[in-house]
Design a protein around this ligand. Sequence first.
Ligand SMILES: [Zn+2]
Length: 500
Amino acid sequence: MSYLVLARKYRPRNFSEMVGQEHVVQALTNALTQQRLHHAYLFTGTRGVGKTTVSRILAKSLNCTGADGQGGITATPCGVCPACTDIDAGRFVDYTELDAASNRGVDEVQGLLEQAVYKPVQGRFKVFMIDEVHMLTNTAFNAMLKTLEEPPEYLKFVLATTDPQKVPVTVLSRCLQFNLRPMAPETVLAHLSTVLAAENVPADAGALRLLARGARGSMRDALSLTDQAIAFGSGRLEEATVRQMLGSVDRSVVFSLIGALAAGDGKAVVDLVEQLRAAGQSAATTLEDMASVLQRMAVQQAVPDMPVDETDPDAQETARLATLLPADETQLLYSLCIHGRAELGLAPDDYTGLTMVLLRLLPFKTGAAPQASAAAEKTLKPAEAATARAASVAAASPAVRVDAPAVAPPVVPVAQPAAPEPDESPPTTGATMAASRRPMPSPRANRRSKMPATSCRWRRPWPSTRPCSRCRCARRCRAPFKRKNRLQRPPRGRRQLLKS
Ligand SMILES: [Zn+2]
């Protein structure tokens, strides 16, 4: 018998087997038990969170006849009646799955809708499931609108998409929308444990934790990675082999890097990066792993009395580092790590980029602050440095700010005497006058723009007692007079009529 991959073998067959989507399961279960069924559902969410699975279970719930063949619509499909087994096997006549990614056009959708006029052959309801519905063309969406709004009572639509932004609002408004959430690593970890126990595959907790994190919220990714890891480790899941497969960095190196940065030890950081280079570990993964550890440290710093997961071997080390690195530096280092990943491509090579990103924290550390400001002062000219120093003293010491209103009127801000505005001061010297003066316009331009018009276009002096007879201007001939005259004049025939 051919091997069925874990993701398909352990696809949930009813709502109770679904994990991580309790909000959707509860809403659908209540709707099914109370028989308050909408005619169109839209399931959204990233890959591998259960959109197709939910739609299949919904189709089974609608069509299940129970083990004795007498059942009605139910939230707990039996799994043994012909409808349930046929839908699971993918041969139920009244359940149609259309892949909109490859059937995008109006013809395919029309072909589907033509079947809507016929009553279900085998079951109670016809269910049209359109996967990746955002890939449909606009005309295909429009062709669907009428049936989607008022389908026959035996027809249900189930739409699934990873990108609901691309679905027209006219379609969205006709559907009941459910957003399937990405899976939390703990949910994935628990599900992987049950699956591997059922498969009789020995696995250690560290390996499962790595796989759960590597899945990034998708259960299908988690099960595919597990399949791969079982093959890689020849039937066993061990942390070292899974780490090697995923290319993730040894946690101890990540902890050592954060510890070295907390201690401000630049040499240790450079040595550890060299060690990573020698081992061929990815620089991007290092930054990613550091970011995930720093996130947990920040949570620990913000909520110190949060219970620590005893089963997680990293928890102790994370808690220890959270006490070593101040909260503001944790935030800064986290920001450096996540933004540094984009920089790696610009660096001469990945490890140079990694070194620079990590060493960037050291000048910001509180112990290094006076040194840094002294270095900055060296680059300024003496006069500027004095001004900057005066300004920083004025800004920093509250005593100056308190004294200032006593010597100066209260309306004058404290910072103003330090740098007077040259434009606003009276023009005392030639230099300031030249600075404040605008560039001189040419005499011609000046005459055109500034001098008042003394005559109209036809040289009639202005101001005149009456409008110019030729162009009928009152002041200045700026208007397109010919056009105006033509519009104002009555048509030729009527003019003659008026004359006579
Ligand atoms: Zn059934």
